[in-house]
Design a protein around this ligand. Structure first.
Ligand code: GDP
Length: 608
């Protein structure tokens, strides 16, 4: 029984950056809107009824309430109905819990069908890429649009007037990488098994991953054209893992295909739709979008570029988005055929431009209409993440000859070739950020391995992967060991990020900043405050938060804080040159006529 909304209006995901901000209950247009938990007393006040009436009524129903008891949503609904009011619970999401938005219960009436999101998994060489390409190519052929589809990591295929979204990156690596970040985007797994090879180790791994994620499996028995193809053998092998075809009383759909010869592909697609129908996949298009980053990179010309999978709501050009710890405004969107689009509906993958930084695949995003809230929440999340990173203590300190503290950072570099490893190493060593020191403890060509993770853990190092990726096991190990792996494809992005890390961790220098001087012309004693100096500001300004020193005949006789700054009878924040003011100093009363009060503040300055 949610509030009705116009077609053009979308439900806001985040109403306020602070849960507490704004009223918890409000009534407009005969509808009560509330958020969080509200008490008997709060509801009674809002409805202008007696709290004792609510308490009495529920007492007779066997429920003991007090004025402060929090009310359950059903009771709020009941009381609203009795008072002829519609009601609407507003999910207010605070800075650090926006993942909760993904669990929001939509009103059934707001939901419409959405396309299933499918990932293809299976053993190496069983035909994942061939199948994905076969589907993609037929898509290009049957599309009226003749252009070349860009690599956005996902695409949609239409069959019988219905769409299916395919995640382009085959294999369980992409799938588990997402899951390890808490994101689940896949509705259906297509498990591809070569009919001439049967169940293999990665087939079993894929089954385990799909089961762990509670995602239904459709089996595509591939290479039925190949000599030695034996579908029945595949079926009986899979049955050992509880993947059982419907004809044997199981729940799994089995399709025989040849990805290479384009046999059975349409039948597979139709079966995906059938499975999707059973899953009743739905979303609310009249909401600001929610979803997950499938891919992201830094484009030299266009800046951060990401593929978003919209999972709920509609994303429109001009929307603000919070993505992981960054934010931005959607400046441009393009679809899987590289066409510019102005909006994207649930289950659609789109490439977006307008983010402030490059997010990480698997990051959740939330769209909203308010830039300030987007910025506040992204900043808050970033601070929190930085804090977590600091806690995991990637640095150790040493001191240099002059006794200055030097922050030490250990890094491990893995790259796709020896040349690349050397190039990254060379660029890293050129970084010179005073107050910090980089130790490269390993720089090799090759994939990131478990041994890298163990070394990183032992030496408190960050692993930098350049054009290499850790496999799922290594990634999980890294999460377990709290080792940070940072992946890059462009040297300068890697260096920029490392530079920012170094700058962020070094100790900043605190320096004094002069604000102004006032001359003491008279002094008074006030019983509660102590001595008040009647002053004239001779230079700059004095502010109420200033630190001060008292100078007498050119030498400092006291250094401390202001207790009060007044003009006439009023407390003021600042007094500028040429004005009179009254100054009192915290814990210091020995002020004389003719003394100079100098105001200053301490600021943090970057070390040079
Ligand atoms: P992936 O490692 O799972 O992505 O497998 P690929 O798609 O790269 O396929 C591995 C090999 O199997 C390639 O040489 C394909 O040409 C071949 N292949 C894929 N599908 C079929 C098929 O339906 N029939 C036959 N005979 N070969 C296939």
């Amino acid at each position: 029984m949610g509030k009705k909304i116009n077609k053009s209006e979308r439900i806001e995901n985040i109403v306020s950056s602070k849960q507490q901000e704004g009223k918890k209950i409000r009534i407009d247009n005969n509808s009560l809107t509330y958020s969080g938990s509200i008490s008997v007393g709060e509801l009674a006040t809002a409805l202008n009824i007696k709290a004792s009436d609510i308490i009495k009524k529920y007492f007779f129903k066997g429920l003991m309430l007090t004025i402060n008891s929090p009310l359950d949503d059903n009771i709020i609904a009941e009381i609203c109905i009795e008072n002829n009011l519609d009601f609407n619970k507003e999910e207010k999401i605070s800075n650090d819990n926006f993942e909760d938005l993904f669990r929001i219960k939509e009103n059934p009436g707001d939901l419409v069908e959405r396309a299933p999101v499918v990932t293809v998994m299976g053993h190496v060489d069983h035909g994942k890429t061939t199948l994905i390409d076969a589907i993609r190519n037929s898509r290009l052929v049957d599309s009226e649009f003749g252009g070349i589809s860009q690599e956005i990591g996902a695409y949609q295929k239409e069959i019988n007037g219905k769409k299916i979204t395919f995640i382009d990156t085959p294999g369980h690596e992409a799938f588990t990488a997402m899951r390890s970040r808490g994101a689940s985007v896949t509705d259906i797994v297509v498990l591809i098994v070569a009919a001439d090879d049967g169940v293999m180790p990665q087939t079993i791994e894929a089954i385990d991953h799909a089961k762990a994620a509670n995602v239904p499996i459709i089996v595509a028995i591939n290479k039925i054209d190949a000599p030695g193809a034996n579908s029945e053998k595949v079926i009986s092998e899979l049955m050992k893992y509880n993947i059982i075809p419907e004809k044997y009383g199981g729940e799994n759909i089995f399709c025989e295909i040849s990805a290479k010869k384009n046999i059975g592909i349409d039948n597979l697609l139709e079966n995906i739709l059938l499975e999707a129908e059973m899953l009743e996949l739905k979303a609310n298009p009249n909401r600001y979008a929610l979803g997950t980053v499938l891919e992201a990179r830094l484009d030299k010309g266009e800046g951060p570029k990401a593929t978003f999978l919209i999972q709920n709501g509609t994303l429109k050009v001009g929307d603000y988005v919070i993505v992981g710890t960054t934010y931005g405004k959607i400046r441009r969107m393009s679809d899987d055929l590289n066409r510019i689009v102005s909006e994207a509906l649930p289950s659609t993958p789109v490439s977006v431009i307008g983010l402030n930084e490059v997010p990480v695949a698997g990051d959740r995003f939330v769209a909203l209409s308010d830039e300030k809230i987007a910025k506040d929440i992204a900043n808050f999340r970033k601070l929190k993440k930085d804090e977590e990173n600091r806690k995991s203590s990637i640095t150790t300190s040493i001191t240099d000859e002059e006794g200055n503290e030097i922050k030490n950072i250990n890094i491990i570099i893995k790259a796709n070739s020896t040349g690349a490893a050397e190039a990254v190493k060379g660029s890293v060593l050129k970084l010179n950020i005073p107050g910090t020191k980089i130790n490269i403890i390993r720089a090799f060509a090759g994939a990131i391995t478990e041994s890298d993770v163990l070394l990183a853990n032992a030496s408190k190092a960050i692993i930098y992967g350049f054009n290499v990726r850790p496999d799922a096991n290594v990634r999980n190990k890294a999460i377990e060991e709290k080792v940070e792996i940072r992946l890059h494809r462009i040297i300068y992005a890697l260096i920029e990020e490392l530079e920012a890390t170094l700058k962020g961790m070094r100790k900043k220098k605190e320096v004094e900043q002069y604000l102004g001087q006032a001359e003491v012309r008279q002094t008074f004693k006030a019983s509660k405050i102590g001595t008040i100096a009647g002053c004239y500001v001779i230079d700059g300004e004095i502010t109420s938060t200033s630190l001060i020193r008292v100078l007498r005949d050119g030498s400092e006789i006291y250094n401390g804080k202001l207790a009060g700054l007044r003009r006439f009878k009023d407390d003021v924040k600042e007094v500028k040159q040429g004005f009179e003011c009254g100054i009192s100093i915290l814990n210091f009363n020995d002020i004389h006529e003719g003394d100079i009060i100098e105001a200053y503040k301490m600021i943090e300055e970057e070390l040079d």
